[in-house]
Design a protein around this ligand. Structure first.
Ligand code: FES
Length: 642
């Protein structure tokens, strides 16, 4: 530990801390611009200058290490005057006429810093030349006129996302933020995650949809978790006048370093499907509006008219745990209907639960991916399906990560590693046998195994040859590999991982797939047609299997937020709230519970899946228990290592 004094107050910080860490720990503050707690300190803006006794010049506190006995002052006249000078220089370099910027009135860190210093005007006359604005990207705009060259966007793109799209060309005050080799941003390798926009401290990167829709202080902030995949990234949903305005990564909580992918940040704001506005019933071949009471009475009558074995129930994993628990209790426990299944047919969570029941908890958390030197990725496309987990591997790849991927098609994640081996195919048992040969040092039939999998022996030796010697091996398992039929191979894989001290991370489909496995949904079967088919789709989209099962059913009940091919074929349609109009919990791949808070009010006439289940239950004389937490926590502890 290190002891020093800040503004006369003694403070103790860990070895390796910066002066800025000590200042903040002592309860003081200095303004910063290029500094961001999630990024490697860079020290370019000089706004955080402080006085250190004995030092000839003022010191940038965000990069200078704290040392024993240091005497730091943050509020001397010399420091304050330097701070104003730094700000004046920054304002003079480019067009920072704040009234014309979307981030004006305190949304911008630069402007806020000037307010904090009591600055009311510029002391250095601006002498900038205008730069062209790049508006070629569908989600955000790049305006070099507002750029202060802090490189927070560039560092976020490389250090956190691992994409390395953004960079700078030219030097000094002529430096320009560019994409790739200075191509228009919309034609670049940008993956539209928008993390650069969130990290930008000025209006240099402007969000297209939320620009000019209100200052940060005008917006209502609501904590949410993303349910697009099972990572459960923490985010903040920002609304105004009951409208979704912007979604940002939550900088205060979460494993995800405040990162989001396109699906978590922008996709929910691009929804353009038509909403269902009232309950509908099919009469004379046409769907007609009816009241909620009439619709629910028709459904209850159908339930009573059929034996429970003639009813199949199917729900989207985008629904919160509260709905999944009630749905299973209502249909499986009380009615014991023919089949209670989950949309998507992703068996990863089920396979993990089954394997853990045999061999005990074996999974490690997603954060493991942030610190590995070799990765074996089986049956998942981490660039497409669990993108933030993919960011963690991509940024490790910059540090010479060894990567072996096996998937039925080429996955772009392997393109990030120059030290890679790629198998394209689905013979996962053979892949695990190959890994076993490398772990056990069994060279007897290695060449036959490599030949069968069409793998290059030299490359395989380079990537897999010293698995035991790699200090931090992580095995990532996804939906193609983690299937019930592959359980013997999965078991062997986990045993190999234990032998070499590797961590196993599983990526469990969409939203609440893991919760579905915990509640006992039938996940190894496709949904089947039935005399009565109840589909709680919510704001999800039906897959081909679900559409076919519904089409082959006699009486079709669809609870949906949007018009679609399945609502068109339904006999009863119930208008349903979307993710932002309802609150509920989500269980992520790590087994952590996240809460999606309600962000906006639903229009009159929409009801959640849970509310409808409660009414149907009361019509049947039942009360749903609503006690799911203890059971979920107990079952998760048996599957995921704490
Ligand atoms: Fe320290 Fe920029 S915040 S140099």
């Amino acid at each position: 530990m290190i002891q020093l004094t800040v503004n006369g107050k003694p403070v103790e910080v860990e070895t390796g801390s910066t002066i800025l860490d000590a200042i903040r720990k002592a309860g003081f503050n200095v303004p910063t611009l290029c500094y961001h707690p999630k990024l490697v300190p860079y020290g370019s803006c000089r706004l955080c200058l402080v006085e250190v006794e004995g030092a000839r010049t003022l010191q940038p506190s965000c990069v200078v290490p704290a040392a024993n006995g240091m005497v730091v002052r943050t509020d001397t006249d010399r420091v304050k005057s330097a701070r104003k000078f730094v700000l004046s220089m920054i304002f003079s370099e480019r067009n920072h006429f704040c009234m014309y910027c979307q981030d004006t009135d305190g949304d911008c860190d630069l402007q806020q810093a000037a307010y904090d210093e009591g600055m009311t005007h510029w002391t250095i006359t601006p002498a900038y030349k205008p730069f062209t604005v790049d508006a070629s990207h569908p989600d955000f705009i790049l305006d070099n006129n507002r750029c202060i060259l802090c490189r927070r966007c560039v560092r976020a793109c490389t250090e956190l996302v691992g994409n390395a799209t953004l960079g700078f060309e030219e030097r000094g005050s002529g430096s320009l933020l560019i994409a790739d080799n200075n191509v228009p941003l919309g034609e670049s390798s940008c993956i539209s995650c928008g993390n650069c926009v969130q990290f930008c401290p000025t209006g240099a990167l402007i969000d297209r949809r939320s620009a000019y829709q209100g200052r940060e202080t005008d917006l209502t902030h609501v904590n949410s978790v993303c349910m697009d995949c099972s990572l459960g990234c923490e985010r903040v949903v920002k609304t105004r006048d009951n409208r979704l305005v912007r979604i940002d990564g939550n900088e205060d909580i979460g494993f995800n370093d405040s990162l989001l992918c396109y699906d978590g940040r922008y996709k929910p704001l691009t929804e353009d499907r038509d909403r269902i506005t009232s309950p509908l019933v099919r009469r004379n071949g046409q769907l007609e509006s009816i009241t909620w009471d009439e619709a629910l009475s028709v459904i209850s009558a159908q339930f009573k008219a059929h034996d429970s074995s003639e009813i199949n129930a199917h729900i989207s994993p985008r629904q919160p745990i509260e709905a999944l628990s009630a749905f299973h209790e209502f249909f499986a426990d009380h009615f014991q209907v023919g089949e209670v299944t989950l949309l998507g047919h992703d068996q990863t969570a089920l396979a993990c639960a089954k394997l853990a029941a045999e061999i005990g908890a074996f999974e490690s958390g997603i954060s493991t991916l942030k610190d590995c030197d070799a990765a074996i990725v089986l049956g998942t496309d981490m660039v497409k399906d669990h993108q933030v987990a993919g960011f963690f591997l991509k940024r490790q790849a910059i540090n010479d990560l060894k990567m072996f991927t096996a998937n039925s098609t080429h996955t772009k994640i392997s393109d990030w590693s120059s030290n890679k081996l790629e198998y394209i195919g689905t013979d996962y048992p053979a892949v695990v046998n190959l890994l076993e040969s490398y772990v056990k040092g069994d060279a007897a039939d290695l060449s036959t195994q490599l030949q069968n999998l069409s793998l290059n022996p030299e490359r395989a030796q380079k990537v897999l040859g010293n698995l035991k010697e790699n200090q931090k091996v992580v095995i990532v398992v996804g939906k193609e590999f983690a299937r019930v039929e592959n359980l013997p191979a999965f078991r062997k894989l986990v045993e190999l991982a234990r032998e070499i001290g590797a961590k196993v991370v599983t990526l469990k489909g969409q939203g609440n797939n893991f919760a579905g496995a915990v509640f006992g949904y039938e996940m190894d079967a496709q949904a089947k047609s039935a005399p009565v088919f109840f589909l709680a789709l919510g704001d999800d989209q039906a897959c081909d299997h679900t559409r076919d099962a519904l089409a082959g059913s006699e009486f079709k009940i669809v609870q949906a937020s949007y018009e679609s091919a399945v609502t068109e074929m339904a006999d009863i349609v119930l208008p349903c709230t979307i993710w932002a109009e309802q609150a509920g919990h989500y269980l992520n791949s790590d087994g952590k519970l996240g809460l999606n808070q309600q962000a906006i009010q639903a229009a009159e006439g929409n009801r959640s899946v849970l509310d409808v289940l409660k009414i149907l239950a009361s019509k049947s004389g039942l009360t749903l228990s609503e006690t799911w937490r203890a059971a979920v926590e107990e079952k998760v502890a048996a599957i995921v290592l704490s």
